[in-house]
Design a protein around this ligand. Structure first.
Ligand code: 5AD
Ligand code: SF4
Length: 445
């Protein structure tokens, strides 16, 4: 049997796309493998968001070239595919830099992988079209489903934040029709999925066509997915503050299946920098929105993204970011040094922040965020949470799952609990995950 190795970098949408590429190859008779050495097809699903992410691909490709040569010497063919956002952004340049690459395929055309692989036997192939046909209509059934699954509902972005490549790599905002989303969610539920994360680059801008053709917002989509039998939990990511409407705030108060966790990137706490980033909202507008969300769902866990060292960022601007972090008290967050990206407006600016300043700011911000995250995890000790059991744990006899607030928990329990939501008392907070004990009544069930 032919084998395929698919590796994904970057965001959850890339993880979703990678899973769907594995489905496409699976339908062609490829079995999935974790061992790149034995793979007949290797797919790297790449990320272009920061320079580091994009450059990682080329070092990986260098290793794959050697592997391809070794396999060839043993009479084995290896097809190397570069997919995802670097593929979209760089196209044929990738093959100019690394001739061992057989296929370059963008995020909107990977349903054509079998055909592209076949054509690549004649010559190298590049497909970074935004095709008129919808890839979702051409993808085979999903395989290898677990308890939790991603579901793409919206792609692309029209926001044009000054630092960001997404509008270029993922194109304009497109929402899938409600019926298509519900059909996919229904199949997921039938396949044993209990938790669905609705994903989009700008998911709360979702405006898919409903049954009557009228645009439907994310809040109504969440309610419709919650009504599907078997779906116990719904999450969504990633949102933009400006698309957060009252209906979505209300959904957090009213839809029990909508989990109390929100990833809402703010990027900076300085109004001057927010304006320069073209975020089109102020730090106080963000604070007010968070107040509303917390009023609707007081126990909501908040997460965000931050960029330090955006061009022109002063010590005073950075102090505003620290102030916002202290005011809000995020339960978790991601923070990055600004990375100039080709083709984005910010990359043209000459007032870049020195690397040493960026490093110092990142360390300070991460220190603050980590302290808060650790305090939050320690505060969980002693509490009981419903945990969706997703997989076996790191140690034999253990399983691993997530609380409603997306905290990872390991605890002793038989594997037949995988796919169930069970009550677990948190007993210990480790560095990256929590340990717990299944409540006795659940253990007996
Ligand atoms: N440099 C650094 N971080 C970036 N992000 C997006 N573009 C850049 C960039 N050019 C971060 C933002 C975004 C997250 C996915 O990545 O914080 O929310
Ligand atoms: Fe990376 Fe953005 Fe592409 Fe996701 S959409 S893989 S974050 S560049």
């Amino acid at each position: 049997m032919k084998k395929a190795y698919v590796k994904s970098y970057g965001c959850q949408m890339n993880a979703y796309d990678a899973a769907r590429m594995a489905d496409v190859l699976g339908a062609e008779g490829f079995s999935a493998t974790d061992s790149v050495e034995e793979a007949d097809v290797v797919v790297l699903n790449t990320c272009h968001i920061r320079e580091k992410a994009a450059e990682k691909v080329y070092s990986e490709l260098g290793r794959l070239r050697v592997l391809k040569g070794e396999r060839k010497a043993r009479g084995l063919d290896t097809r190397i595919v570069v997919a995802g956002c670097v593929a979209q952004a760089e196209g044929a340049e990738i093959q100019a830099r690394q001739p061992a690459v057989d296929v370059v395929v963008g995020p909107q055309s990977y349903h054509r992988l079998p055909e592209l692989l076949a054509r690549s036997r004649e010559r190298r192939v590049v497909d970074t079209e935004f095709p008129v046909e919808d890839k979702f209509d051409h993808l085979p059934a999903r395989r290898g489903l677990g308890a939790s699954a991603f579901l793409t509902v919206q792609e692309g972005c029209d926001k044009f934040c000054a630092f960001c490549v997404v509008p270029y790599t993922r194109g304009a905002e497109v929402s899938r029709p409600v019926a298509a989303v519900l059909a996919e969610a229904g199949k997921l539920a039938a396949g044993g999925v209990r938790e669905v994360t609705l994903i989009g680059q700008n998911v709360n801008a979702y405006h898919g066509a409903g049954a009557d053709g009228a645009a439907t917002g994310l809040a109504d989509l969440v309610r419709a997915v919650a009504a599907i039998p078997g779906i116990a939990r719904i999450r969504y990511t990633t949102s933009h503050p400006n698309d957060f409407d009252d209906a979505l705030v209300r959904a957090h108060a009213e839809v029990p299946a909508l989990m109390p966790y929100l990833h809402l990137p703010v990027q900076s706490g300085s109004d001057r920098i927010l304006a320069a980033m073209n975020r089109r909202h102020t730090a106080d507008a963000y604070r007010r929105l968070i107040d509303q969300v917390r009023a609707a769902r007081p126990d909501i866990a908040l997460s965000s993204d931050f960029i330090v060292g955006f061009p022109g960022e002063t010590d005073a601007d950075f102090a505003e970011t620290l102030r916002l972090v202290r005011d809000i008290g995020f339960e978790s967050a991601f923070s990055f040094k600004y990375s100039p990206r080709p083709g984005t407006p910010a990359a043209e600016r000459a007032d870049g922040v020195p690397e040493s300043v960026m490093s110092a700011r990142l360390a300070e911000l991460q220190g603050l965020l980590d302290a808060r995250r650790h305090a939050y995890q320690r505060a969980a000790v002693g509490q009981v949470f419903d945990v969706l059991v997703e997989k076996r744990g790191r140690h034999p006899g253990q399983v691993a799952g997530k609380t409603p607030h997306l905290l990872a928990v390991q605890f002793d329990a038989p594997a037949h609990h995988i796919g169930q939501v069970v009550p677990v008392r948190i007993t210990e907070a480790g560095a990256n995950s929590l340990f717990g004990a299944l409540l006795p009544e659940a253990a007996a069930a």
